[in-house]
Design a protein around this ligand. Structure first.
Ligand SMILES: Cc1cc2nc3c(=O)[nH]c(=O)nc-3n(C[C@H](O)[C@H](O)[C@H](O)COP(=O)(O)O)c2cc1C
Length: 190
């Protein structure tokens, strides 16, 4: 039953954590992109790690602002996640509309501690300040950040636990590759 996996596809074995949206803003410019390569790093003080490719417009904005927000989208937002993950905000500069939020009709609200906006309709949000680690940023596109504020939709996350039962459209989504997603499954307790 055990078969070798092509090493070029090995990342897909871990590639079913939640796909998130990274929002960013600086000097009147704002942007949003999809990011599947993210993970918690510490709980006290809370820190996360996330891969943000150097060719992205997001990278340009977060490197100058020093902050970003992680928005956790749900099943009902999957199409939009793919759209913002398959286009660059850089291409919209100088055009009308000049940002992805307007282009893809994405409503936002203000964050409490960072300049990046938060995406409405998501099920959780982490406001993050970058912990500057130039070597890993430049070599691996890996950013470490401290979580300075966190919010969640209490219909599906409360008392530190996810509970999606009865809210199928709010289940988090998990990108494998090429537009193939899974939704989070059933909870169980030992
Ligand atoms: C589902 C999905 C997951 C993605 N995950 C990542 C990721 O973890 N890190 C990354 O740098 N790019 C990731 N991307 C690609 C970026 O979202 C994409 O390059 C985007 O166009 C960048 O937008 P920007 O230039 O407006 O910042 C992902 C794309 C999709 C569709």
């Amino acid at each position: 039953m055990i078969k070798a996996v092509d090493l070029r596809k090995a990342y897909r074995i871990l590639n079913h954590g939640p796909t998130v949206l990274i929002t960013s803003a600086h000097a009147g410019k704002q942007n949003v992109m999809a990011a599947a390569w993210n993970m918690p790093l510490d709980f006290d003080s809370p820190k996360i790690a996330i891969v943000i490719d150097k060719n992205t417009y997001t990278r340009e904005l977060i490197e100058v602002s020093g902050n970003f927000a992680i928005n956790v989208p749900c099943r009902g937002q999957a199409k939009m996640v793919l759209e913002v993950g398959s286009s660059s905000g850089r291409e919209l500069l100088g055009k009308s509309p000049d940002n992805k939020f307007a282009n893809f009709n994405i409503a936002t609200f203000s964050a409490s501690k960072v300049s990046a906006k938060l995406v409405k309709g998501c099920v959780a949000w982490l406001e993050c300040k970058i912990i500057s680690e130039q070597h890993i940023q430049n070599t691996y596109d890996l950013f470490l950040a401290e979580v300075v504020a966190a919010y969640a939709d209490s219909r599906v996350f409360s008392d530190g636990h996810w509970h999606f039962e009865g809210h199928d459209d709010l289940r988090t989504i998990h990108h494998i590759a090429g537009g193939n997603f899974m939704v989070i499954g059933q909870a169980f307790k030992i």
